[in-house]
Design a protein around this ligand. Structure first.
Ligand code: MSP
Length: 492
């Protein structure tokens, strides 16, 4: 049977900023899903990258006395370093300043122009430079962009407009019919409401912005940064701008993002694709936004938590765990140093780490070193029943992108083991305990397998300590105890 394709993307991040926890959150989640689908045997392509053009980057560079090129090179490298540190298994890292990307965008714009979908006119409307997005009066709170707390500028210039208005109805219908999926479902009404009012044509050219891709039909003007950015989802697969030659991985199974960029992805992006005659992505998944101590993370409030600070304190795998386990993936949530420390202590140090260490000590005491467990033997036990039940829950949760629920199901298995040890007083030596310990080692090996997409290094460490070898009928253990997985922060 042909392998199932799974193409997943993160937003491409603006390079005016260094990697912050919000970027890390989306990217770790995408990594977990990519790893899960690879393990399942799917043919996976995982794309991330950086969004490098536009007025915002031009201004940031000016403020730092750097050329835009220098700022982009430095900061995109920081993103790459950050992702390497966090063990992100992307297949491609796209930069919108890549020559291939720029050529493809110029070609695509030419196609749209020739089709009459880009025309010259005067654009008048509100624009927030912070989001590089068009705004309506209804979007503003006290006259300001609610995300950036700045007054949008009134943009009025002769420019090239894209016939966005032509596609609103079609997009609305596809969302309604669930052909273009919006998840979680509760996000659907807001976009349908917006589409119902009708879409306005937007300006896709810039006179004043020099740091951008020149329009092929009027090269003194540059392309609106979102047109350039959205098409990364195709150029990141090697697309060269020809609508008849679509990369084999298209279309995307899912684009992950937060609510700040949901609307552009549900309007301009599908409209560009419809205009080019290219199929739409299958799904947009809008995950939650997190706040720190109930406030928006911001440098001026001084409450920013940088990913490297978390890694420094807790380690890479714990950082991945703490971010994803702290709140449901599709909902907003709040984090704080205190909550993260408590969760580390409870779930990782006293939870998973302690269970593995405890069991390996019990194995040592019972002189279990090299043992063989026949699958047949464990098949009808309560252990296997619990493993099957958890595997089922885990799979269902991951198919629905409920990442924290998938983690919770693994922790259910951890608690099951802890309770079993307590209830049966496994530390009291006697011969019959040996079989239970072996079954528990088998359960831990299953836990390690389930952890693979989330905590890849920890999973490998556990499997190494168990010295596990699996054949069709047997699980063979060669126990080698080593250092603790998650040291206690505050040992009593
Ligand atoms: N460059 C555009 C995206 C273009 S995609 C074709 C952009 N970049 S960004 O650097 O601002 O990244 C926004 C994304 O970062 C969000 O959609 C989300 O994925 C992530 N997050 C940023 N802050 C976040 C939180 N506080 N919480 C959760 N995710 C956050 O927009």
């Amino acid at each position: 049977m042909a392998k199932k394709k799974f193409y997943i993307t993160t937003p491409i991040y603006y390079v005016n900023d260094r990697v912050h926890l919000g970027h890390a959150y989306t990217t770790i989640a995408a990594d977990v899903l990519a790893r899960y689908h690879r393990l399942k045997g799917d043919k996976v392509f995982f794309l991330t990258g950086t969004d490098e053009h536009g007025a915002k980057i031009e201004e940031a560079a000016k403020g730092l006395n750097k050329s835009p090129r220098q700022l982009c090179d430095e900061n995109s490298q920081r993103f790459k370093n950050g992702w390497q540190r966090l063990n992100i298994s992307y297949d491609n890292f796209i930069r919108t300043t890549d020559v291939n990307h720029k050529k493809a965008i110029a070609k695509a714009l030419k196609v749209l122009h020739e089709k009459g979908l880009i025309y010259k006119g005067v654009y008048k409307g509100l624009y927030c430079l912070g989001c590089e997005q068009y705004k309506t009066k209804a979007d503003l709170v006290d006259g300001k962009c609610p995300d950036h707390k700045i007054k949008p500028e009134v943009m009025e210039e002769e420019s090239y407009l894209f016939k966005l208005s032509k596609f609103g109805k079609e997009i609305e219908n596809r969302i309604k019919r669930d052909e273009f999926k919006i998840r979680p479902e509760e996000r659907k009404p807001e976009i349908l409401e917006f589409l119902k009012k009708g879409l306005k044509d937007i300006s896709i050219s810039r006179k004043k912005v020099k740091w951008g891709i020149p329009l092929p039909f009027e090269p003194e003007l540059t392309a609106y940064v979102w047109v350039d950015a959205l098409l990364n989802y195709l150029t990141g697969l090697g697309w060269q701008g020809d609508p008849r030659k679509i990369p084999e991985f298209w279309s995307a199974e899912v684009h992950l993002m937060a609510k700040d960029i949901f609307r552009v992805h549900a309007t301009i992006w599908p409209a560009l694709l419809l205009g080019l005659g290219i199929s739409l992505p299958k799904k947009l998944f809008i995950h939650g936004y997190f706040t720190i101590n109930r406030q928006k993370m911001s440098k001026s409030l001084g409450n920013v938590i940088w990913p490297e600070e978390l890694i420094e304190k807790f380690g890479v795998d714990a950082t991945r765990y703490l971010l994803l386990a702290s709140f449901p993936f599709g909902r907003d949530g709040d984090i704080s140093w205190k909550k993260l420390e408590e969760k580390y202590e409870a779930d990782l140090a006293k939870g998973l780490g302690n269970l593995v260490a405890r069991l390996l000590s019990l194995a040592d005491k019972s002189e279990i070193k090299s043992e063989v467990l026949k699958i047949e033997e464990v098949k009808n036990t309560d252990f296997q029943k619990k493993i099957d039940e958890v595997q089922e829950k885990y799979k269902k949760a991951l198919e629905e992108f409920k990442l924290n629920e998938a983690l919770a199901s693994i922790w259910e298995l951890i608690s099951f083991c802890d309770e079993y040890i307590e209830k049966n007083k496994l530390w009291e030596e006697n011969e019959s305990q040996k079989t239970s310990i072996l079954y528990l080692l088998h359960t831990i090996a299953n836990i390690a397998n389930l952890l693979k997409p989330f905590l890849p290094e920890t999973s490998e460490k556990i499997l190494k300590q168990l010295g596990l070898e699996i054949t069709e009928q047997k699980w063979i253990f060669n126990i080698k105890k080593s250092e603790s997985l998650f040291p206690r922060m505050n040992p009593e």
